[in-house]
Ligand binder design. Structure first.
Ligand code: SF4
Ligand code: SF4
Length: 144
């Protein structure tokens, strides 16, 4: 909960797509994400994981992330846009209202160097931000 900003956080996506391409990174999935993808792409769970996902060893835990293309674009970033937008993972839908990003004014402002939509446009209430944080807690990432 961003209690350091009582009036809510300003964010409007500029659709620059920085968060979908160029840099190597992880898009970790929850079990709900995998189910939504499997249904949306008409694949069984195993086929979806084999085609579009990779395991990431984080030491204490292994998580499942979407694969990247050779140029580090997300596997689903095709023809200049997210090709799975209606069924994109919670990690994508909840951005930038992630626990680490809303933890402090410093963290929020630092994230704006990656995302030009932060600190511009629409103001999102703390209740809205809290809803995203709760949703992420209720929909944990898959650990293997
Ligand atoms: S980096 Fe920020 S502004 Fe750019 S597409 Fe992602 S969320 Fe939108
Ligand atoms: S699933 Fe879509 S929104 Fe998420 S990183 Fe990939 S291209 Fe971007």
């Amino acid at each position: 909960m961003p209690d350091w900003e009582p009036h809510g956080l300003r964010f409007t996506c500029t659709r620059c797509s920085n968060c979908c391409r160029h840099e190597s990174g992880y898009v970790f999935l929850s079990e709900e994400d995998i189910s939504r993808f499997s249904e949306g792409l008409s694949l069984d769970r195993r086929s979806f994981l084999d085609a579009y996902c990779k395991q990431v060893d984080l030491g204490l835990v292994r998580r499942i992330s979407l694969k990247e293309q050779e140029n580090f674009d997300c596997v689903f970033f095709i023809d200049g846009r997210c090709s799975v937008y209606p069924i994109r993972p919670l990690q994508c839908r909840s951005y930038p209202f992630w626990p680490s990003v809303v933890a402090s004014r410093e963290a929020w402002d630092a994230e704006s160097s990656h995302c030009p939509g932060i600190n511009i446009g629409r103001r999102h209430s703390n209740e809205t931000v809290l809803d995203w944080l709760i949703r992420r807690r209720e929909e944990p990432l898959v650990e293997e």
